[in-house]
Design a binder for this molecule. Structure first.
Ligand code: TXA
Ligand code: MG
Length: 350
């Protein structure tokens, strides 16, 4: 398949391109598009055949449900049932934005879209191009992250091209993702809503409105979540090709431990990489050193994480070490993704 790649720059040409992209989705095709979190791979959410095509393009198991993206508040009630009043309050506060909420699904949503579940995940993204595309596509766009299954989510169109070129109809290039990590997922079907995936909308932001949320420390090991609440959590995720180990402890100890490991790996002929910060990047002896930004600026680290993991792949780095980050606020989302990428391999230095 020939994939058309089109730049959307906020100019007058966008209207025509987005209309065409919307027509492709309406006709059962797939279009990757930018959102403020990561790039999405969009298809018609109300079509079973489109859902099947999404799974095929991603190489993703078809029991892993898709998020439906909407562009108008009133459309929520068309695809979801038993929507609690608090969900409207959350929507008023955080939509459009990086919050995904889960409800009972309405009959019009095919089981193929929800991976066989009777619940549906819904989000109204904040990116202008995303909103325009959803509208042009008829209002309901199913979109997982636009990566091949198991790879880090794409935070720029070049990564979508890497994974999806030849597999989908069109890619809308809207530059770098503003946040770089996927949305917060909140299960609204429980009396006390449960955070299934941490993101930019943090537990404390949700608590200000809800009073109480569950699942706050959603860092648990895969075997501890039986059965997994968000089916996507079951699979090895966000992973670079090299092996990644997280090292936590006092800064000095972490730096010297990682440097020791690097010497050993180099001696075995492996190409080594480190994820450090402004504070430490200059202290490492690895072949490839990535500075994720200042330790105090979680948002910068979040924006860079997936790009860094993909760069290690491009450079053929096989042994990667990362410092640990504070697991509070947005840091919780960072550590959640980093732990998954590492297959939960973390070393704690006393
Ligand atoms: O920021 C985002 O959410 C991005 C952009 C494109 O919007 N999308 C995204 O989609 O991250 P995806 O498919 O890569 O991740 C969706 C996660 C999966 O882990 C899936 O299992 C979970 O949401 N999910 C979807 N529907 C669900 C449901 N009904 N119940 C439980 N988990 C659900
Ligand atoms: Mg994904």
């Amino acid at each position: 398949m020939n994939t058309r790649i089109v730049t959307v720059a906020g100019g007058p040409a966008d209207g025509k391109n987005i209309r065409e992209a919307g027509d492709i989705i309406k006709a059962g095709g797939l279009v990757a598009f930018p959102t403020e979190t990561v790039y999405g791979l969009g298809g018609d959410a109300l079509s079973a055949a489109s859902a099947a095509r999404i799974y095929e393009a991603k190489g993703r198991p078809s029991d892993n449900p898709l998020i439906i993206h909407i562009c108008r508040m009133e459309d929520l009630q068309k695809i979801a049932e038993t929507i609690p009043q608090t969900a409207y309050t959350l929507a008023r506060e955080f939509w459009p934005g990086s919050l995904t909420m889960i409800f009972r699904k309405a009959d019009c949503v095919p089981m193929e879209t929800t991976g066989g579940l009777d619940t549906v995940a819904v989000r109204m993204p904040a990116h202008e191009t995303a909103l325009a595309l959803i509208e042009a596509a008829g209002g309901f766009v199913a979109a997982p992250s636009a990566n091949l299954s198991g790879r880090p989510s794409p935070t720029a169109a070049r990564y979508v091209i890497e994974d999806m070129n030849g597999r989908i109809d069109m890619i809308l290039d809207g530059g770098e993702s503003e946040f770089g990590l996927e949305s917060t997922i909140l299960d609204m079907t429980e009396k006390i809503p449960v955070i299934l995936r941490p993101g930019y909308i943090t537990a404390s932001m949700l608590k200000e409105i809800l009073g109480e949320v569950a699942g706050e420390g959603a860092m648990s090991l895969p075997e501890e979540q039986e059965p997994p609440r968000a089916p996507g959590m079951r699979y090895r995720h966000y992973a670079p090709k090299g092996s990644l180990t997280i090292v936590e402890g006092k800064e000095e100890r972490v730096v010297s431990y990682i440097n020791e490991q690097i010497e050993q790996e180099k001696a075995k002929g492996r190409k080594t990489g480190v994820i450090g910060t402004d504070q430490t990047a200059g202290l490492y002896h690895a072949d490839s050193i990535k500075n994720a930004g200042s330790r105090n600026e979680e948002r910068t680290i979040a924006r860079q994480l997936y790009r860094i993991l993909r760069e290690f792949d491009e450079e053929g780095v096989s042994s990667i070490y990362s410092e640990a980050f504070d697991a509070t606020g947005v840091g919780q989302a960072i550590m959640n993704r980093l732990l998954k990428a590492a297959g939960y391999r973390i070393i704690t230095l006393k």
